[in-house]
Design a protein around this ligand. Sequence first.
Ligand code: IMP
Ligand code: MG
Length: 186
Amino acid sequence: MNGKTNSTMAHEQQTIVFTREQIACRVEELGKQITAEYAGREKNQSLVLLCVLNGAFIFAADLCRAIDLDVELDFIRVKSYGDATRSSGSIDLVKSAELDVTQKDIILIEDIVDSGHTAAWLTHHFKDAGASSVKLCALIDKTERRETEVAIDYAGFAAEQGFLVGYGLDYAERYRNLPDIVSLEE
Ligand code: IMP
Ligand code: MG
C-alpha cells in the first residue's frame, strides 16, 4: 500500500510512509522487547507506562496490549510552544501524571521525537520526581532537526524528514484518525 493517495482533505497529496500493517508488526516487536527486558524484575517493582498526549494515544493503546506484564498506565500532556510544525523548546506540563511515580520504573510513550526538547524535558521531569528509572519509547525517531541529545530506548521507526501525520500524529489537530502514517505535501 505504498504510494500516493488522493485525499479530500486540505493537503492535496499524502504519501504513505508507514502502512498500518508495518506499524502493527513493529508495535508487536516493541511489546515483545519490552516484555523480555522487564520480565525479570522484582515482583513488587511496578512498571508505569506514561502515554504522552495527544499524539501517542493510539500507539500507547496498541503497545500496552502487546506488553505481557503487569503494568500501570497513566497519561500526561505537554505543550511545546512554537509554530505549527516546529517546537520552540519551551515546554509546559499541561496535565501531570496522577499515579505516584516515586520508586517506579517508567516508560514514556511518545509519538515522535523531533527536536528532542519534549522527550529530554520529560525524562528530566520524571527523574526529578523520584522515579527509579525512566526509559523512552517513541514510535518515530525523526533525526533531521534534532537539537537536544536524547536516548530513545525503544524506537519504532527512523524517519529522516517530512511532516508526518496519522496513527495519532496531527497537523493542527487534524489527521490523527488516519490508519497509516503519511507525509503531508502541499
Ligand atoms: P520535539 O520537537 O521533539 O520536542 O517534538 C515535539 C512534538 O512535536 C512531538 O511530540 C509531536 O507531537 C510534534 N511533532 C514533531 N514532529 C512531528 C511530525 O512530523 N508530525 C506530527 N507531530 C510532530
Ligand atoms: Mg507528541
